[in-house]
Design a protein around this ligand. Structure first.
Ligand code: MN
Length: 183
């Protein structure tokens, strides 16, 4: 049996946002082996364009990029989702800045998960699963009613703590972070 079979029930179209060619190549290999279709954006601006023109089940977002950073691109994407009434696309941050508190910081900035570079296949697989389950747990009712606290967008005026706490239910985060922690 395919060990990734359960992953394929979840996201299949992945937008890989990454400015470094070597990382694009490596992560594309990992994700292709897991059975995903990959689209690549080279920076935050390309990520926003791709998001606007396509449908993705998952976004892997590098943080440090030229033109527009991963945090900025995530803020724009969350804002577009909100204004467009679109469902939340899971975004997993990818960064070499493996500092204490990074996960919490990125979650507060509208991301749903976090993996550090260099990406280990097992941690990527585990994080995709965790994020997919967390997103599924807050799916809106089928009747189309707009749910509250759907977005953790850093630009949103509504409080982010409720949404972010629910998203992170499997890895409790107790620190409510302020806007100033983004960026
Ligand atoms: Mn980068």
């Amino acid at each position: 049996p395919n060990p990734d079979a359960d992953l394929l029930l979840g996201p299949q179209r992945v937008l890989l946002v990454e400015d470094a060619l070597i990382n694009q190549t490596l992560v594309t290999i990992l994700l292709t082996r897991m059975g995903y279709d990959i689209s690549i954006a080279n920076n935050g601006v390309e990520a926003v364009e791709a998001f606007s023109n396509g449908v993705f089940d998952l976004i892997l977002m590098d943080i440090q990029m030229p033109v527009m950073s991963g945090v900025e691109a995530t803020e724009v994407i969350r804002s577009l989702e909100q204004t467009g009434g679109k469902p939340r696309t899971p975004i997993i941050a990818v960064t070499a800045n493996a500092l204490k508190g990074d996960r919490e910081r990125y979650m507060a900035c509208g991301m749903d998960g976090y993996v550090s570079k260099p990406i280990a296949v097992e941690s990527l697989r585990a994080e995709i699963k965790r994020v997919r389950r967390a997103i599924a747990a807050v799916k809106p009712p089928k009747n189309g009613a707009r749910r509250r606290n759907s977005f953790c967008s850093a630009g949103a005026s509504r409080p982010r703590s409720g949404c972010c706490q629910r998203i992170s239910a499997s890895a409790p985060i107790t620190v409510p972070l302020s806007r100033s922690t983004c960026g």
